[in-house]
Write a protein that binds this ligand. Sequence first.
Ligand code: IMP
Length: 201
Amino acid sequence: MAMKIVFATNNAHKLSEVQAVLGPSFELVTPRMCGVAEDIPEDQPTLEGNALQKARYVRARTGLDCFADDTGLEVEALDGAPGVHSARYATDGHDFAANNRLLLANLAGKENRRARFRTVIALLVGEEEHLFEGIVEGRILDHACGTEGFGYDPLFVPDGYDRTFAEMSADEKNAVSHRGRAVRKLSEFLSRYEAAKSSNG
Ligand code: IMP
């Protein structure tokens, strides 16, 4: 039987990316499906802090095993910005187009286009808390390319590729992406955790 676990997000793109990596052994449940309809707070100064804050919030309201992720785009020439502020870089909301325009404006004329995505996942399972990290290195183009994915995907080309994440299928992106890497670590941990639980009766 699939292990049921809450993924503390209401972002449908993320949900399908993560479900694809975890596969059918895990059944992801959203906070809304458990009656948590409000926005989940994420006002910490680090990705680790935000991931833990979101997971603890949902755990406290549902009592269920749960994980949350937080991601930042860290651009070398901008001293790591937008980083933990990636969602609200240009505006208060999650306005992907405005964020991308601001990023291009801030990088105008800069030769160094190096950047990386970093995802941190916080898992609350039983009495335990665990963190998993995934990083992908790459560069920022000077114009948007592609229509797949979300967020900064149309501007980000991972190392070893000549296409942006927004020009890749979900499977291709997951194979190299920050979130794919972090989720595979989560998946390996959960598989071991479930196996240990069943062997302990
Ligand atoms: P979140 O905290 O994980 O929701 O991510 C913060 C922001 O980073 C999002 O609003 C997106 O703009 C951006 N972001 C997160 N993951 C990705 C991704 O896989 N591709 C492109 N942008 C992303």
